[in-house]
Ligand binder design. Structure first.
Ligand code: PMP
Length: 429
């Protein structure tokens, strides 16, 4: 039977049936029906095309519909799309684990695959608690984390997100009460402030007996405000963690795979976390997959006397997702990351600089593949989203932040189009 539904029919059905991220069922925000996406361009079903400035929440780093990743998935699908990971294993997962271990710090040697960034954070927190349990320190059940952090939407992940920024405070009574310190002082090149490290030291001193780990987004606090900070803080935090028997957990879900100008944000430091989460761009944004990496100390500690790690999702190590990730990492290894991303950074700096003159703008900053225009006031997303679409770009601001995290394969012209659209929309606020 011929499908006679119009674009409007689909949009109406969507409104009636579907929840979208952080939206209301009674007052839904507009959602645009996508027909196809290719390279850095998204085509809507009404024929309009948009230059993508978001990489679909920072994941589609090689652009859409990439022939290499398509081919990898197609090849795998003819073999098998999924098998349970309990009792079975497969080459895509083994090869991906090997690749991840080869491109991350040499101390990270063991990999746990899960379905999403939030779940990989749950896994990291559970690893830390289980590790201390086997060390005879079962009272180490809590975490310290800086405010303005974001680690996901599941319960344990929410408990280590910023406690006040509104995203999760509705649930605060239902969450484990964790320990918070101030966010790292901003500025990638700003000198380290000893006061800040002293604050962390005090919190460690007071609470370390109950603390399993310190969790932080390295170098950039992303959804909590696109805040860049000096990586040297992380070197010092590592020392403090060692001094007070606290595991260091890096959430590289947003920063991993080149976004900050190095392959991992950790590579801006001299140190290695005990546990590291990756997700988002892992599969080149093709499908959901995340990994929690750890060192031998934690992995073998948990496994002391044959102890098992208590987690095992149904779709653990999904072969299609692993194949996409393997292809994505092969593509990534063909770029010269620092060079490619610093070119992207320069293009964004050039075009976003025009926004500095606007009275509506508080700050313009770029780091690697992240370009941020921070406004003085929060934007009304309902009002400004259609304006970006009219200008032929896909930019989705939040709070006071209009930002770009484009695919790495974007052209200079496309970046300029994005920058000009941001300038125009911001100037009309
Ligand atoms: N950690 C960080 C740093 C993130 O940016 C996000 C997602 N924005 C998450 C965790 C959660 O990942 P997911 O949405 O895949 O669950």
């Amino acid at each position: 039977m011929k499908n006679t539904r119009s674009t409007q029919d689909y949009v109406n059905l969507d409104k009636q049936l579907l929840w979208h991220p952080y939206t209301s069922m009674s007052q839904p925000t507009p959602h645009y029906l996508v027909e196809k996406a290719d390279g850095c361009q998204i085509t809507l079903s009404d024929g309009r095309t948009l230059v993508d400035g978001m990489s679909s929440w920072w994941s589609v780093i090689h652009g859409y519909n990439h022939p290499t990743i398509n081919a990898a998935i197609e090849k795998q699908i003819t073999q098998f799309s999924h098998v349970m990971f309990g009792g079975f294993t497969h080459k895509p997962a083994i090869e991906l684990a090997e690749k991840l271990i080869n491109i991350t710090h040499r101390d990270l040697q063991r990999v746990f695959f899960s379905d999403s960034g939030s779940v990989s954070v749950e896994v990291a927190l559970k690893m830390a608690i289980q590790y201390w349990n086997t060390q005879g320190k079962a009272e180490k059940q809590f975490f310290i984390t800086p405010k303005s952090g974001y680690h996901g939407d599941t319960f344990a992940a929410m408990s280590v997100c910023d406690p006040e920024n509104g995203m999760h405070n509705l649930f605060s009574d239902a969450l484990t009460q964790q320990f918070f310190v101030s966010p790292p002082p901003t500025g990638f090149d700003e000198p380290v402030k000893t006061d800040y490290l002293n604050e962390i030291r005090r919190s460690f001193q007071q609470n370390h007996q109950r603390i399993a780990g310190f969790i932080i987004e390295p170098v950039v606090q992303n959804a909590g405000g696109m805040r860049f900070y000096n990586p040297a803080y992380l070197n010092r935090i590592r020392e403090l963690c060692d001094e007070f028997d606290i595991l260091l957990i890096f959430d590289e879900i947003a920063t991993g795979f080149g976004r900050t100008g190095k392959l991992f944000a950790t590579d801006h430091t001299d140190i290695c976390p005990d546990i590291m989460c990756v997700g988002k761009a892992l599969t080149g944004g093709y499908m959901t997959l995340a990994a929690t990496l750890t060192n031998d100390r934690v992995a073998l500690g948990i496994s002391h006397e044959g102890g098992v790690f208590m987690h095992g999702p149904t779709f653990m190590g999904n072969p299609l997702a692993c194949s996409a990730a393997n292809a994505s990492l092969t593509l990534l290894s063909q770029y010269e990351i620092p060079k490619k991303i610093s070119q992207l950074e320069n293009w964004m700096k050039e075009t976003l600089a025009q926004c500095e003159a606007l009275e509506q703008v508080q700050d313009v900053r770029c780091l690697g593949g992240i370009g941020v225009v921070e406004l003085k006031n929060a934007v009304n997303l309902h009002q400004i989203q259609p304006k970006f679409v009219e200008l032929g770009v896909w930019v989705r601001p939040f709070g006071k932040l209009i930002y770009l995290m484009p695919p790495y394969v974007i052209s200079k012209d496309q970046i300029q189009k994005l920058g000009n659209a941001i300038y125009k929309v911001a100037s009309e606020l």
